[in-house]
Design a protein around this ligand. Structure first.
Ligand code: BGC
Length: 778
């Protein structure tokens, strides 16, 4: 209260007093790392109330605008708009130098001196690029997910950024959807754990800390369930499925303290998320108690007209503000329509005030009222070279990347390779700096990325001979090249080799003939696994399969290294490659990390966070399907059971699958009791043994099955996992505590309940091969 009075007296001063007791921010120096003590919620409320009371309608509407740097307006105009109090925040700038004049316009020149915030899509790294989220999830190591976000926050805040549009926690069960790469996979539990870890990493102890970013969990909600995997398509889903499977990750991110939510572009059961009162008010605010800020996705308010729920911009703006969209991203409708909507009484001032309250609250929580320059710092201390090597965190990125690689095949212990002889590195992705970073690579520089070829050369030094051939273009379809290069004609990402596929394959075969071992990098260009990059096929594009087949025919050991952002159709390589490593897009240090695994300096431990189907026709192929009346019965392929008669049943690689250079065995499951009392717990344990000759890590996975319930329940659901390191020959008992909460599900009335009866505990090293034991909940 004392702080608030000080503020109220200084009517024109909005910075400082509310944070008077906090260690002061480096107003005139470089951003510091001192943690910031947050004032009480009451002080925050009083501060914001006072400010709102002094704002004009135009200033309030200004706070609701989030401007895309470079896209929405030229810089001089932007500065004028900010100084006039007509901008709440911006996104897409990535240096302190760029952000400082914008903050000057807000915090020094605007009437109320309300600071703006700076956001960016920092999804898997800022300057140092970490593996894509699907790769981070493959580590099944939440300290890795958290560390990737922490490092990104440290780097981005040092560039004057305050917030990130991440983590992206949309469950994806349809690999046709290009944004599968941006998320943490198909499973509600694993994605929720990743969401939590990621928010904790980005925000650190507080989003106000100078080295923290405020996390905006996205895309709320259900974006990953777009029909047919076609981006931006509709979502039509039962409430039970939403609550059970798709909503938990957003909730987990918010429960971890995320300050913001980005609203999805899709409609949900007939109402766009952007105009969805049920979603944004009833569920998000009332049921979940979310207290932060919501932001539309890019241009989404305007798009309400195209969805066909608003006849014009006025209706679109009215629908969005009423639904609870606080900030409009790269969209003019709030600016154009809200003044008259309010003046005419069509939109109550109350709605505007509540949106403004959230925007100001977010800035308050970012620490910007205490010091608008807490991340921008002082010009004298700006980095001379923003891309300086010294600013990168290569070691952390390499460590994360090694842990994200999934060994899919390893016939006759082909891997690890010896560091000797003649090694041919082949393939369109073997030396592709831009692709190894993956999409949404923020301020990462391709020139600083390590390709597979470079990684292999660095690992081998003079110990072996390395040769290279490109072997194929990623695609041979000029329309696809045009599509992928559409965004930036001046810097095309997909640069075609002009030779014919036959010429390129011929050259690769010649190179292969002179080698002892072939390492072949195939997959997708990064733009193929991105926003607006849905596919109708999961096959290796272009002539890449033909390249693999020609190389196989040389009889040389064939090691396939995959780079892709979604499950691919790997039938041929699964049957024919001597070894196969899924590397996703492994980031700045990708090449080194992959070489670490190929040559045995790191024993792979990643597990798939998403099912790999045999063919596109099997989609959706997620493991935790609901039970059915006529399930396919292994060994009894009778008619009238659920299957596709023209293909083998089941996935190519199941969820949770991944090999190691050693082998493990899992004992039967022991339960501490065969009954669980209401509110009680029991313990399930297995003994895991490293049965091979090398030390190695594996992920012990706990699944539960509700044998009979009031509604149909999944065949199994992941409820816990533990990554353990075992020395060769070592065994360890791994225990999981199971409590009643873990047995709960949303029933037909959407009540979260555990129902008495039989349950199965299943423990294994992937979702298919499990040991089972039953108990009864009393
Ligand atoms: C994407 C969002 C992203 C935004 C800003 C949109 O097209 O859907 O995920 O945060 O652009 O770059």
């Amino acid at each position: 209260m004392r702080m608030f009075c000080a503020l109220a007296l200084a009517a024109s001063l909005v910075v400082g007093p509310a944070f008077a007791d906090a260690p002061s921010g480096p107003n005139n120096g470089a951003p510091g790392n001192a943690p910031v003590a947050m004032p009480s919620p009451a002080a925050k409320q009083a501060f914001i109330d006072d400010l709102i009371a002094r704002m004009t309608l135009d200033e309030k509407i200004g706070q609701l605008r989030l401007i895309s740097i470079g896209a929405d307006m030229p810089q001089p105009m932007l500065i004028k708009e900010i100084a006039a109090g007509r901008v709440g925040g911006t996104f897409n700038s990535v240096t302190r130098e760029d952000n400082r004049p914008l903050q000057d316009a807000a915090a020094k020149q605007s009437r109320l001196k309300i600071p703006i915030f700076f956001a960016y899509d920092i999804v898997h790294g800022h300057r140092t690029v970490f593996p894509i989220s699907l790769g981070l999830a493959s580590s099944w190591d939440m300290s890795v997910v958290k560390q990737a976000a922490r490092v990104a926050a440290i780097e981005a805040s040092a560039d004057g950024l305050d917030a990130t549009f991440a983590p992206m926690v949309d469950i994806s069960r349809d690999p046709r959807w290009g944004r599968t790469s941006e998320g943490f996979g198909e499973d509600p539990y694993l994605v929720s754990q990743s969401a939590r870890a990621s928010v904790q990493g980005f925000q650190g102890a507080s989003p106000a800390n100078p080295d923290s970013l405020m996390a905006f969990v996205k895309h709320f909600a259900l974006y990953g369930a777009v029909e047919g995997g076609r981006d931006y398509n509709v979502v039509d889903m039962s409430l039970m499925r939403m609550y059970q499977d798709y909503l938990p990750p957003y909730r987990a991110g918010l429960d971890a303290g995320a300050g913001g939510v980005m609203i999805a572009l899709n409609s949900i059961n007939g109402t766009p998320a952007t105009s969805n009162k049920w979603l944004l008010r009833d569920l998000l605010r009332d049921e979940w108690g979310f207290k932060g800020v919501t932001v539309s996705d890019h241009g989404a308010i305007e798009e309400l007209m195209r969805h066909g729920v608003a006849k014009d911009g006025r209706e679109a703006a009215k629908l969005a503000i009423e639904a609870g969209v606080d900030m409009s991203m790269a969209d003019v409708q709030y600016l154009k329509q809200l003044p008259d909507l309010v003046k005419s009484g069509a939109v109550p001032m109350r709605d505007i005030d509540s949106a403004v309250r959230e925007v100001l609250g977010a800035k308050y929580d970012m620490g910007l009222f205490a010091d608008p320059y807490r991340r921008i710092g002082n010009a004298a201390q700006d980095p001379k070279d923003v891309n300086a090597e010294s600013r990168l965190h290569r070691e952390a990125a390499r460590d994360a990347a090694r842990k994200s690689l999934v060994l899919l095949e390893n016939r006759h212990d082909t891997l690890p390779l010896r560091k000797a002889g003649r090694i041919a590195v082949i393939g369109p992705l073997a030396d592709a700096k831009i692709d190894v970073m993956g999409s949404w690579s923020a301020a990462g520089k391709a020139s600083q990325a390590v390709t597979l070829l470079q990684g292999v050369r660095d690992a081998l030094g003079k110990q072996a001979q390395v040769s290279y051939a490109r072997g194929a273009n990623i695609t041979d379809d000029p329309r696809v090249v045009e599509y992928l290069n559409f965004l930036d004609w001046d810097n095309p990402e997909v640069v075609q080799d002009k030779r014919t596929p036959q010429q390129m394959i011929h050259e690769a075969v010649q190179v292969a003939r002179h080698a002892d071992t072939l390492i072949v990098a195939v997959g997708e260009s990064r733009g193929m696994s991105h926003e607006a990059s849905s596919r109708t096929s999961l096959s290796l594009p272009g002539s890449q399969l033909a390249l693999l087949q020609a190389l196989k025919a040389t009889g040389k050991p064939l090691v396939v290294v995959l780079m892709n952002g979604r499950p691919l159709d790997l039938n041929w390589p699964k049957a024919n490659a001597d070894a196969m490593l899924e590397t996703w897009y492994a980031g700045t240090e990708g090449g080194h990390a992959i070489a670490d695994v190929l040559f045995g300096d790191y024993n792979p431990s990643g597990k798939l966070p998403i099912t790999f189907p045999r063919s596109i026709g099997q989609i959706p192929a997620y493991y935790n399907q609901l039970r059915i009346g006529r399930p396919f019965t292994p060994g009894k392929p009778a008619n009238y059971t659920s299957q596709y008669f023209d293909a083998q049943y089941g996935p190519l690689y199941p969820f949770g699958y991944g090999l190691s250079y050693t082998t493990f065995s899992v004992s039967g499951v022991t339960l501490s009791s065969r009954t669980m009392a209401r509110g009680g717990t029991l313990e399930a344990s297995v003994t895991v043994r490293n049965t091979g000759k090398r030390d190695g890590e594996t992920v012990v996975q706990l699944y539960l099955q509700d044998v009979a319930a009031s509604v149909v329940r999944p065949v199994k659901e992941l409820k816990g996992f533990r990554k353990i390191l075992l020395k060769a020959g070592e065994s360890r008992e791994v225990r999981f505590a199971i409590d009643e909460d873990m047995l709960k599900f949303y029933n037909a009335q959407l009540k979260h309940v555990a129902e008495p009866g039989d349950f199965n505990v299943q423990i294994g090293l992937d979702s298919e091969h499990v040991q089972q034991q039953g108990f009864v909940l009393q």
